[in-house]
Design a protein around this ligand. Structure first.
Ligand code: DWN
Ligand code: SAH
Length: 411
């Protein structure tokens, strides 16, 4: 007793946390690989916990960041046309409502430049911070300036020395990826002008709980944020939420707008969201016990459906080899015996196999040229975009299988 070396501690407030769900051994969400790499494949224990003190939902262990983000990172943001439009609107909002004259904008996790391109095109001074070299190179090809590094306080100091402080600090689907958030927020505080604005968006805990979209939990997603947990974290560095705007992207996200305390008016949306989270018992243990049971039910139903179709001799393929699908396939124990292949438009994934489950990833033409009976929509978050362009699949008699919020065949 007294030895806390076996205790798990919250990454944000250091209180003891206990995992409420285990998804089992999990490979890297974006670890698409070749057969000669199967024997050496990396796995970690994917357990999730909710901190009853600071209210942060988090993974208990995660791989090192260099294992996930490197020169062969498999996700290119530009793979969704709808997301490109989303980031264009995001940039327009920043430019119209938040930037002074001659502004300087910094984006964390700028990937292939999907957001910053909109600033570069308007000759606005900007800098992307993107450690995955291949996607950063794609951004540079679009005229986007970026550094290929992980964000640290010393990088923030270097940027201030060389380029001055930023008027806006932006991030999408990356803050939730970084376990050492205290260092990140300290870096933001250094980097930002006293009057500057911080805007970032990530999948919202409330949507995951409500839709049972447990596939949002994978190695790269260290956290699922809420207004409550973000207010707690940034509050420690003299910042506060001034606005909060729900987004449809990635199956339900939240955009957090923050600034130094007292520099801006706080919208009613912030108070309303904080109350909503309390009323909906985001801070209660039973909420997470229910979520766990719902995940198990969803898993069992999907496996039963796929086994049933297999017994009937139907052809089933997957549509889009997403990072999220790594959680589904491994947690449910679904492999090539149930899903023939997964079609994906990203060249770097094609010809490889899915992490852990080892289902072949094939080019989109393999789907288009020989429609299956059923396609599992792994990129369910892009359903609107995909359904709009896949009318011929339905006309051929093909059907979609979805699993969020319910496992079902779309009729
Ligand atoms: O947080 C993250 C989000 C922003 O992106 C990252 N950690 C990793 C990644 O997650 P994901 O892989 O689950 O993202 P998407 O956007 O749901 O899936 C993208 C994949 O889907 C790409 O491999 C391309 C593919 N895709 C396709 O084959 N046909 C996508 C669309 C829209 C399509 O029509
Ligand atoms: N913002 C894009 C990309 C999200 S994927 C979008 O919303 O589509 C997450 C990105 O964050 C990856 O490109 C990854 O390389 C980058 N990333 C991961 N850890 C980071 C860190 N510590 N600092 C900066 N970028 C990071």
């Amino acid at each position: 007793m007294g030895d806390d070396s076996f205790m798990n501690k919250c990454l944000i407030c250091r209180e003891e946390i206990k995992p409420f769900i285990s998804f089992g051994k999990m490979p890297l969400g974006n670890g698409f690989l070749l057969p000669e790499q199967f024997a050496e494949e990396y796995y970690f224990d994917m357990d999730a916990a909710f901190c009853s003190n600071c209210k942060m939902f988090q993974l208990v262990q995660q791989p090192d960041e260099e294992q996930m983000f490197h020169e062969n990172y498999a996700f290119f943001s530009g793979s969704s046309v709808f997301m490109a439009k989303h980031f264009q609107k995001f940039a327009e909002d920043v430019i119209k409502n938040y930037l002074p004259d001659d502004p300087f904008v910094v984006e964390l996790g700028s990937n292939d430049g999907i957001m910053l391109k909109n600033f570069a095109d308007q000759k606005i001074r900007h800098l992307g911070i993107e450690p995955s070299r291949n996607v950063a190179e794609a951004a540079k090809g679009k005229g986007v300036e970026c550094v290929t590094e992980f964000f640290t306080e010393s990088l923030a100091e270097k940027i201030v020395r060389e380029k001055g402080q930023a008027d806006a600090f932006l991030a999408a689907n990356v803050m939730c990826h970084i376990p050492y958030l205290h260092k990140v927020v300290k870096g933001i505080a250094t980097l930002l002008k006293p009057t500057g604005i911080v805007m970032f968006e990530d999948p919202y805990l409330g949507d995951v709980l409500k839709k049972i979209s447990y596939d949002q939990i994978y190695d790269e997603h260290t956290f699922l944020f809420s207004a409550t947990s973000i207010q707690y974290l940034f509050g420690q560095y003299g910042m506060e939420l001034v606005d909060i705007i729900p987004q449809k992207t990635h199956g339900g996200s939240m955009r957090y707008v923050l600034s130094n305390k007292g520099t801006r008016d706080i919208t009613e949306a912030v108070t309303e969201q904080l109350s909503y989270e309390k009323e909906n018992k985001f801070d209660r243990k039973d909420t997470y016990d229910n979520f766990k049971q719902n995940c198990e039910k969803s898993r069992d139903k999907l496996v039963e459906l796929l086994k049933d179709l297999n017994t009937q001799g139907k052809r089933v393929v997957g549509y889009a080899a997403t990072s999220k699908s790594t959680t589904i396939l491994n947690y449910c124990g679904i492999g090539p015996e149930l899903i023939e292949f997964i079609s994906d438009t990203t060249p770097i994934k094609q010809g490889k196999y899915t992490p852990g489950s080892h289902i072949p990833v094939r080019p989109y033409s393999d789907f288009k040229d020989n429609y299956p009976d059923y396609a599992v929509l792994f990129a369910w978050n892009h359903a609107e975009e995909i359904m709009a362009k896949e009318q011929d699949f339905l006309k051929s008699g093909g059907k979609w299988i979805v699993f969020v919020p319910d496992v079902k065949i779309l009729e």
